[in-house]
Every structure is written in structure tokens, then in C-alpha cells.
Design a protein around this ligand. Sequence first.
Ligand SMILES: Cc1ncc(COP(=O)(O)O)c(C=O)c1O
Length: 455
Amino acid sequence: MKFYDDILGLIGNTPLVRINNITRQLKIKAPIYAKMESLNPGYSVKDRIGISMIDWAEREGVLKKGGTIIEATSGNTGIGLALVAAVRGYKCIFVLTEKASTEKVRYLKGLGADIVVCPAAAKPGTPDHYVSTAKRISEETPNSFYPDQYNHPENPAAHYRTTGPEIWNDTEGKITHFVASIGTGGTISGTSRYLKEMNPDIKIIGADPYGSIFKTYKESGRVPEATPYLVEGIGQNLPVGNADLGIIDEIINITDRESFDMARQLARKEGIFSGGSAGTIFAGALKVAKDLDENSLIVFIVCDTGEHYLSKFYSDEWMKEKLLLEPQRITGSLIAQTKNADAPQNLISVGPDDTVGEALEKMNQNGVTQIPVLEDHRSVGSIRESGLLAKLLADRDLIDAKVSDVMDKSFPVLDSDASLVEIKSKLQKNPAVLIEDFKRITAIITRSDVLDIQR
Ligand SMILES: Cc1ncc(COP(=O)(O)O)c(C=O)c1O
């Protein structure tokens, strides 16, 4: 029989996968390989440190039978710890910030963990900060283990023992550049220590979000004021014990837009469905690669899976709300589905046989100044308040006339996957366009709906 004793046997030994289509399109000569940490049983690089920190705690007698593991985590370390806890019978309490995706929170609950959520804006050292909260809960809980992934030596040590040798062996020692992010710093510090011991010429590149402190801190020794960014799990607002910046040759800052765009491209063009931090790192790898030739060999980390972010940057609606969606993906139906909350969410329309008075009342009630006239779900005309009021001024009796007697021509009708460019071009000459789905008018898009997505 071929089997594993338990799920923990699947941790590590993740494969390298070559990037093909994106590099070809960009005419990049240096081969780039993805280290597929998303293929760990908890779908992230953090499975490696979950088991190594718990093994340490058991060896040291810190964690005893029936004990509780308490940790501050952006989610993935929690998943790595929870897998071990499930197999070995420990309880878990994880403290997250509001920034953690719903998917990760549900996943952790699914693995049996209790969750505490802290405000993302809480400053380090204040009682509401997720790290202070985790510390406090661990002090109050008997027979508990607080791994503290930011400082625990078993975090980088796990990567020194496993991730580094795997990359060295799988590339047959040919790796020239290693690109990773810096969250706790465990991955980059431990892996790089091993790689530099094997070949000190290997270049280590840290990819870090704009807003995080690491680049300025490494280059000047000064800790700048951090600013918010959207990528999860990486970057910091204070220096971290496990982040050995001395071993990193260069830190490259990457925007949220580039990170999410690159992660989405990895999915669409390579079939590698990753989290946002892999997008940050891949963006960094591409910047490094453009000046290298085929004699170089770049390895970058795919830290976790895209499934943790289905409701975030893999959602066009979320990307549009954050003003990050590529313009070519903004379609008529997306604009219609994600209208500003002040705009009516359902299509308001009148029939040709309704009276002008009824049409005016409907427009008033819904706070709109133009509505389509629909018959059998098709557009036959439009009512525009300004034109109608002018007609009423001239002839008060028109209030009882039929809509079909006074209506203007129909707004242009576009298919639901019409592009933003097409919609904008129609809105140059028309106050609104209608969106048609399977031959039924389903929505109206006004000039202000389009202005809303271009703030
Ligand atoms: C999604 C994701 N990417 C990258 C990292 C960074 O790894 P490390 O903490 O080893 O620096 C983390 C850490 O939490 C993470 O959750």
C-alpha cells in the first residue's frame, strides 16, 4: 500500500513549475520557476512553520496534551497550526485583523479553530492590536503555547531545513536569483541562509508592497510611517525579529495594482491560481528578469492559493470597488451590478400605455430624471424629465396623455458584455445607455454611474 500516516506527511517537497506564456510575451530570456507552496496540504508556505513550531513546543515540554495554541496570524500560519492541532488533538485560538479574507476565516473555523478579529487600523503595541491581543489571551489561558511566528527561531529554521535544500536540489544548484516576500521574514531569511551557504553569489530579492517599511528601513535604517495597502500577509509597519534584512540584496516595492494584476495573469496565462503575495513576488521577479539572460535562473515563491481570495481580488466587483480593475474587464453588466448604493438597484421603467403623470411620479419616487419605456422587455422609447417638463409647461393637459404620445427616442441598447470604451462613447451623445441580456433590457447606465468608477 502507498499512503501517508496523516495529512502532515504532505507538507513540503513542493514542485517547481516553469513560467512559459508570460515570459514569452514579455520577451524575458531568463527562466523563471514558481515554487508551488500553494500545493501544501493547508495550501500555503506556512504549513512548514506550523509543524516545526509545534514540534519544538512538544520537544521543549511547552505544549502538553490537551493544550491550546494561540497565535496572531494573517490566516495562513493559523491554517498550518490548525492542521497539526487537528491531527494531534490540540485546541486553537487565532487572532486575525479585519483584513483577513472571509475564506481564510471560514477555513480556520472549518479546521476547528476559534477566531478573534481585531481592527486592522490598531497600532502595534496598543491593546487592540492583533499581536497584543494574542499575547494577552495566551497569558490568560492555562496550558497554552503562543508560537510568536514573528520571533520564533523555528520559523526561519523550517525554511533553512526544507525550502532552501528543495530549491537547491531541484535546480541542481543552478539558481542565481531567489525572490520572496517579507511577512514574518521566515521564508526569505531561512531559505536564503541555506542558498547563500551553498553559493554566496545567489542574489536574494525581497518584493514588498508600497506602504510597508522594509525597503526604507533596509536602505536607510530609518523606520518610516507605514501606509495601508491591500495585499495580505506581507509587509510590516515595524521591524520584525525573523526578518533578516542583511541577507537580502535588494528590496523592490510593488503596488497593489501590480500585485493583483500579476496574480490574475498567473491564473489566466499559466493556470497557477495564487494569492496576492505571489503576485507581488512575481512582479518583483519580472522586474529582476528583464535585465538577465538565459544563464540566470530565477525561483519565486507562490505563497498560497487563490481560493483564499475568491471574494477579494479574484472578484471583479471587489476590484472595481477598489478602483483596481483593468479597464478592459469593466463591462456593462459589471457597472450595472455594482452601482453606487445611492442609485436605484433595480431597473425603473414605464410602459407606453402608462400616463405621463404616472411616469413623473415614478421618477420622483426613485429620484431619477430619465427612464426607459419598455414593452415586452424591449426598449421602445424614453422619458427625460427636462424635455417632458418643457412640454408640460406648454400644455398642462399632457399630464393625462399616454407615455407613447410624448416619449423621446430610446436610449442606445448595448449587450451586457459591452466594454467601458463602447459605453463611454455612447454616453458622449446620450444621457444613458440600456444593457440587454438575452434580449431583455436588464439595466440602465447613466453618465454618473460611469463617473463613479473613474474617481
Ligand atoms: C499570503 C502570504 N504570503 C506571504 C507571507 C510571508 O511569508 P513569511 O512570513 O515567511 O515572510 C505570508 C505570511 O503570513 C502570507 O500569509
